[in-house]
Design a protein around this ligand. Structure first.
Ligand code: GLN
Length: 248
């Protein structure tokens, strides 16, 4: 009898373990439209990353779950296995490559500057100019934060205010707490469309590759790359991008 109970217990653990392994968890920060954001009506996380991530999981035969967290918590969540991958309009950088591996790139981002319509900042160069002293809002831990911290604040050319989400940074701009927000171009367009009195400066800088972050030497990386490639080849990725960034 004892033996049967022990076997049942082992089976239970095995089955629970198997059930858990079947869900692929994606870490993201759902304040980055059109890549990931909460749909007002359904309250669900939608966007390019949400849909491409789901398609990758489906292709690989997993259930799918999105875990929303601060942007700068995503890489630690990947390295500790709290999530299976991070997908958050995340730029491939040398620094991040020290902690994680990246999939092949699936999109491009460009850093943009959002200002009030009547701002005296007319070009990104104004932020880096000698004698400049602007207060710049960024999302903490993003490449925008890194560029402004290293290129402006560390050089005594201004102050960087770091916010948990892009939405919070934009709120600081509309309420006059910061002079501009440095953020990726597609979210910038979304935030400007959603808020009166803001514009994006023409001069954009830093073209970046977005990719999926995975644990170093993970067996998943090759599978994710294969799934991603086939979703690019069969037009799925292009259709998702077109849905969220209509070309006309
Ligand atoms: N592409 C930027 C980065 O990787 C911003 C990403 C984000 O805010 N979700 O840092």
């Amino acid at each position: 009898m004892k033996k049967i109970a022990a076997i049942a217990l082992v089976m239970m653990f095995v089955l629970t373990g198997m059930a858990m392994a079947e869900t692929l968890k994606m870490g993201t920060n759902a304040s980055f439209p059109p890549y990931e954001y909460y749909d007002d009506e359904t309250g669900k996380i939608v966007g390019i990353d949400a849909e491409v991530g789901a398609a990758i999981a489906e292709k690989l035969g997993y259930d799918f779950e999105i875990v929303d967290m601060d942007f700068d918590a995503i890489i630690p969540a990947v390295t500790t296995g709290k999530v299976d991958f991070g997908m958050a309009g995340m730029t491939v950088t040398e620094d991040r490559l020290q902690s994680v591996d990246f999939s092949d790139s699936y999109a491009t981002g460009i850093q943009s500057v959002i200002v009030a319509e009547d701002s005296d900042i007319t070009s990104v160069d104004d932020l880096f100019a000698e004698g400049a002293n602007y207060t710049i809002g960024v999302q903490q831990g993003t490449t925008g934060d890194i560029y402004c911290s290293d290129g402006i604040e560390d050089k005594g050319l201004g102050t960087v205010e770091r916010y948990k989400t892009g939405a919070d940074a934009v709120l600081a701009l509309t309420s006059g707490k910061v002079d501009c927000v440095v953020i990726d171009n597609e979210p910038a367009k979304n935030y400007v469309a959603a808020n009166e009195g803001l514009k994006i400066l023409d001069t954009q800088y830093a073209v970046e590759d977005y990719a999926i972050a995975l644990a170093k030497d993970s067996e998943l990386t090759e599978k994710v790359n294969e799934a991603l490639q086939s979703l690019i080849d069969d037009g799925t990725v292009a259709a998702v991008v077109e849905k969220y960034i209509p070309s006309k």
